[in-house]
Design a protein around this ligand. Structure first.
Ligand SMILES: [Zn+2]
Ligand SMILES: [Zn+2]
Ligand SMILES: [Zn+2]
Length: 283
């Protein structure tokens, strides 16, 4: 292809590289099978091509829903109006060995082959065994050093801390060597409180870092994966500013809201709720 250029390349933590093409036409050309074979072999013998997947967090998935079975996900696709096969990969966010005995549901990461499939799930949820599960984009989390648990921005390989700090009990060894399993006895290396580990999202230190990160991140607040459909370009934070602090829930399918004395009445997921002005919403 004449004049085909890459405008950027980003190395991922998993060893992969994302290439940015100058436009969609060029991206389609590179992805064509015969061109891709030449491209990957020019990069080196062990390179392989994997299309970029769109990952969502699916909330409150029942542990007894047989999610390890691929057939379950084919059924989810059918019942949720998704394209067959568009759910490509799924895993529990928290490893099963750290579940508390009374826990019955957990969050999962679910990868979609296309942005359209992921956006459809954000809008309509995923139907699993007669229950509609909420799906949302994962938050870009504040980065914590895996060795000393600090949020100051460094990674474990650059860690200069004098000792390790365990993410579960704050002991001076690697988290992998920790014998603790009961989360109620965990101790946090960051806020020094017992009852949660440093990896816990309810930790006040994590929440403060997360707020700071969101304020800096220009992509925070995008509810959808952007596609050619302009509806997916909506940015909640920018809309909130335009509304003078009112949460922007009046959009697209949610355009049935009305302002009442107590706050903003809105419809979401077939339910009516009442939201006070300036209420923070987690995306
Ligand atoms: Zn560190
Ligand atoms: Zn420990
Ligand atoms: Zn904490």
């Amino acid at each position: 292809m004449e004049g085909a250029t890459f405008v950027g390349a980003k190395k991922l933590a998993n060893g992969g590289v994302v290439f940015d093409c100058v436009d969609e036409k060029m991206a389609d050309w590179v992805k064509a099978r015969n061109v891709m074979i030449q491209f990957t072999s020019a990069l080196g013998g062990t390179c392989t091509y994997r299309p970029r997947r769109q990952e969502l967090v699916v909330e409150m998935v029942p542990f007894d829903a047989h999610v390890e079975d691929a057939g379950t996900w084919r059924m989810v696709e059918r019942e949720s109006g998704q394209v067959p096969g568009c759910i490509e990969e799924t895993h529990w966010i928290k490893p099963p060995q750290f579940r508390s005995p009374t826990q019955k549901v957990g969050h999962m990461k679910v990868s979609f082959a296309t942005a359209e499939g992921a956006n459809h799930a954000i809008d309509n949820g995923l139907w699993l065994g007669g229950v509609c599960l909420k799906a949302r984009k994962p938050e870009d989390e504040a980065r914590r050093c895996a060795r000393c648990q600090s949020y100051d921005g460094h990674l474990a390989r650059d860690c200069k801390a004098a000792a390790n700090a365990c993410a579960r009990c704050a002991g001076e060894y690697r988290t992998a060597d920790c014998m603790m399993v009961d989360s109620s006895t965990f101790s946090c290396a960051n806020c020094k409180v017992t009852g949660h580990g440093a990896a816990d999202r309810s930790c006040p230190v994590f929440q403060k870092e997360q707020t700071k990160k969101k304020a800096r991140d220009p992509t925070a607040g995008y509810r959808y994966f952007p596609t050619a459909d302009p509806r997916t370009w909506a940015n909640r934070r920018l809309e909130e500013q335009a509304w003078g602090g009112w949460p922007a829930v009046l959009r697209g399918k949610e355009a049935e809201g009305s302002v009442t004395e107590g706050g903003l009445r809105f419809r979401r997921s077939e339910q009516w709720g009442l939201r006070a002005p300036c209420d923070q919403e987690t995306v």
